[in-house]
Design a protein around this ligand. Structure first.
Ligand code: RRO
Length: 328
């Protein structure tokens, strides 16, 4: 039986729900030798700032058993160069995958200026507004996503400039997604990506120094999957706007968790660094998953975990007891 992996959201159709996450595929061209980009649902570019940024000192990534940390420091060529040198490649080479351009800045005005420069260019569908970079401390305070009022100022500014879909990328380290989701929805967001990396530190016990040149960084990979799935699950209780899940998706089973929790799309980051073909495998696994369940459309599973929530019950059988111990 053939199954339908398409997802309709953000004013377009994604041919399947598997995207490459911001910061893991450059502007597409960098990975085009090893990834069949037009087979993906889409990709999100490296975050673009107003001026070029050189980024942080090396090493910029370090692995550990359950994932990796990065502190790239927003290295990118700046908005004018992205418009001139990068978007034309995407316009000419990408037909079926949908492209979101990630936008970052130190101030609401920087986001506005980036969107102003890029908005009428070709080669992309919408913007992912990165309100949650953990490695950009120049603002001196919290990432925008942890300050609902500041986040809303960014969103209001960019909303006034563009008709394109605006997806806000949120931070994982918040006790409650409600306030920031309400603020951003009120300011005109069209959807949410959950989650960016979680602040983390890896030390080298031999040198006593951080493994990353910049010190601390953002943690990603399998270690944050349950954090991301929980974030999507919580966000689904606060909004009916579409959700994009990201964090530790390496296999089809991981993507399925995000979809069941309420994500319409998933993004892959660290896993596609480690194996560029992993996105293709996730897609294939999802097809088999639907067939095994006699379902014909991927949209049928989105958010269904909320319908099936088990009410807590005391164990009645030996099996139930086993289960409780296993998960305890
Ligand atoms: O460039 C980075 O260091 C970076 C960014 Br903009 C981000 O959003 N998340 C991350 O883990 N690293």
């Amino acid at each position: 039986m053939s199954v339908d992996l398409t997802q309709d959201l953000l004013g377009t159709t994604f041919q399947n729900p598997v995207l490459l996450a911001a910061g893991t595929c450059g502007f597409g061209e960098e990975v085009s030798e090893v990834v069949e980009l037009d087979e993906l649902g889409g990709l999100v570019t490296k975050s673009v700032t107003l001026k070029p940024r050189a980024g942080n000192p090396a090493p910029r990534v370090a692995e550990f058993r359950a994932g990796m940390v990065n502190s790239v420091g927003l290295a990118n060529p700046g908005a004018e160069a992205v418009r001139r040198d990068r978007l034309p490649w995407l316009r000419d080479r990408i037909r079926r995958a949908r492209v979101l351009v990630s936008v970052a800045g130190h101030t609401p005005d920087e986001f506005v200026q980036v969107v102003r420069i890029l908005d009428d260019a070709e080669g992309f569908h919408g913007f992912e507004i990165n309100l949650s970079c953990p490695n950009d401390t120049r603002r001196g305070g919290l990432p925008f996503a942890l300050d609902p009022e500041a986040a809303a100022r960014v969103m209001e500014g960019v909303r006034m400039l563009t008709q394109r879909p605006l997806v806000a990328k949120l931070a994982p380290n918040t006790p409650d997604f409600g306030p920031v989701i309400r603020a951003l929805e009120g300011a005109g967001a069209d959807g949410f990506t959950l989650v960016n990396t979680l602040p983390g530190l890896v030390l080298d016990p031999e040198t006593g120094l951080p493994a990353l040149g910049a010190g601390a960084g953002g943690m990603s990979g399998p270690a944050i999957r349950a954090v991301g799935v929980h974030a999507v699950w919580s966000a689904a209780g606060h909004t009916r706007l579409p959700l994009l899940g990201v964090g530790g998706v390496a296999r089809g089973e991981d993507a399925a968790q995000y979809l069941l929790a309420g994500a319409s799309l998933v993004q892959m980051g660290s896993a596609s660094f480690w194996d560029p073909r992993s996105a293709g495998r996730v897609k294939k696994w999802l097809e088999g998953y639907l067939s095994r369940r006699d379902l014909d459309r991927i949209s049928q599973i989105v958010g269904t975990a909320h319908l099936q929530r088990r009410s807590p019950q005391p164990p009645e059988s030996a099996d139930a007891e086993d289960e409780r111990v296993t998960h305890g």
